[in-house]
Unconditional design. Sequence first.
Length: 282
Amino acid sequence: MEASRDISGLIDIMAALRNPESGCPWDIVQTFETIKPYTIEEAYEVADAIERKDNDDLCDELGDLLLQVVFHARIAEEAGAFSFGDVVHAITRKMIRRHPHVFAVSDAKTEDAVTLQWDRIKAEEKRERAERRAKNGITEDFKAGFLGSVQRTFPALTEALKLQERAAKVGFDWSAPEPILDKIEEEIGELRAALASGDKAKVSDELGDLIFAVVNIGRHVKADPEQALRGTNTKFRRRFHHIETTLEAEGETLEGASLERMEEIWQSAKAIERQLTGVKSA
């Protein structure tokens, strides 16, 4: 097997990796659900490379993202659902259909006309999609109803915020942030019970409920949860790097340091932040 510029080479590599007898033990056991987080991660890494204007990384990350598409298609093909060729056919058909002003005959000559035409074609596709879903016995449609306008493609924190904002428009909301704190305490108690039970599915469910409640209080105090978490992530990176550099200066390593020593340095990082900002840090 050699590197190739032909997509069929990548498809063959994935087939070899998934071969039940001679493939990779890790790749063989993966499912749509288990590789979904990697697919999302790769999309974010593409966006990051674009933001950094690093074309070398962008080429590499686009390859990683393409691998995810091939991976999903291979799993689907093994299940008899669809193949990579079907994926390519679906998107090429869609793009040709949505651009009759380029690939066929159309009166759309201006940007506004093209937008109206695009919306009309998407509406037709939506009706066809509904018919296919009904034919396949899929009855639940998250695009329907009052909350249907909230996209499931948002990051989970953003989706939770948008759902809550939408529900609040019809009065389904807390009147003040204080009762939400009680709800958070309740969810923590339910998470503790789930942990005690050892039921992983229940733990995941209760953890989701807790995070949803935390997002809710963020909305009430006008603190965007996504940005709040990004701030905490930045803070964690800064403090952990302080641990790393302090240990290096002392001739130690992260792997060799005790948790107690790392916590001690962490607290010193917090103290330094307080001195620099004059604000008590968490």
